[in-house]
Design a protein around this ligand. Structure first.
Ligand code: CA
Length: 229
């Protein structure tokens, strides 16, 4: 099991330091974000939990959650909020956050809730089926291998990860930006062609090489989706 990365988005330095101190004290790896754009950038680069103050400069916490959810990112978010009227909005499901803690908070409570969110996220990712099967194609997550009629297709690691991401969401159009974030783990905004190049290679190997029917459909001006068998 690797490290658990927590993004601590809080502009109040003493509060942020206090949170980081307690989270690192139980073994989490923390990254600090002093404003909304930094929180977005760090959350997109594969954080396990985002601890998010609502009152952030430049882009507030509400906006940060909205952007992340609109991009289809499911990073667990624990919101910190100072005002009771904000709590009403958070609780009213207006926000796509997973949990919240009101200020002033007890650091121990924040740590317990972060830990619960991290554990829940890990369990969810562990319960995914190990082998996805679509007619003649098998996508084996444990072996990181795709097989057609039982024979390995010979995909590169990124090609496999891209195929897995698409096939795990059959019939769902995934944007290039979301594929970049999920498969490459970074925010390569300006480099969406990377996805196109890898899709082309996947198609060459699966359709031309292994003679499968078309599996990956282009969604023009948006991205790609895996065709249901
Ligand atoms: Ca604040």
């Amino acid at each position: 099991m690797g490290v658990t990365r927590i993004v601590v988005a809080e502009d109040d330095v003493p509060i942020r330091d206090l949170l980081v101190h307690h989270l690192e004290g139980v073994g989490f790896v923390c990254e600090s974000a002093p404003d909304g754009p930094a929180a977005l950038r760090l959350a997109r680069s594969g954080a396990d939990v985002l601890l998010l103050d609502l009152g952030l400069p430049v882009l507030d916490g509400f906006e940060v959650v909205r952007v992340l959810r609109r991009e289809g990112r499911d990073v667990p978010i624990l919101v910190l909020t100072a005002r009771s009227e904000e709590i009403d909005r958070v609780v009213g499901l207006e926000l796509g956050a997973d949990d919240y803690v009101g200020k002033p908070f007890s650091p121990r409570e924040v740590v317990a809730r972060v830990r619960a969110l991290a554990r829940r996220a890990r369990l969810a990712s562990n319960t995914a089926p190990v082998v996805l099967t679509y007619d003649r194609l098998e996508i084996d997550q444990a072996a990181r291998e795709a097989r057609v009629d039982g024979v390995a297709v010979g995909l590169k690691p990124r090609e496999f990860a891209l195929l897995l991401e698409l096939a795990a969401n059959p019939g769902v159009a995934l944007s290039r930006a979301s594929l970049l974030a999920r498969v490459w783990g970074y925010d390569f905004e300006g480099d969406a062609r990377t996805v196109d190049v890898h899709v082309r290679r996947l198609r060459a190997k699966l359709e031309d090489g292994a003679q499968l029917p078309p599996l990956v459909t282009t969604v023009h001006g948006f991205g790609y989706k895996f065709t249901r068998a």
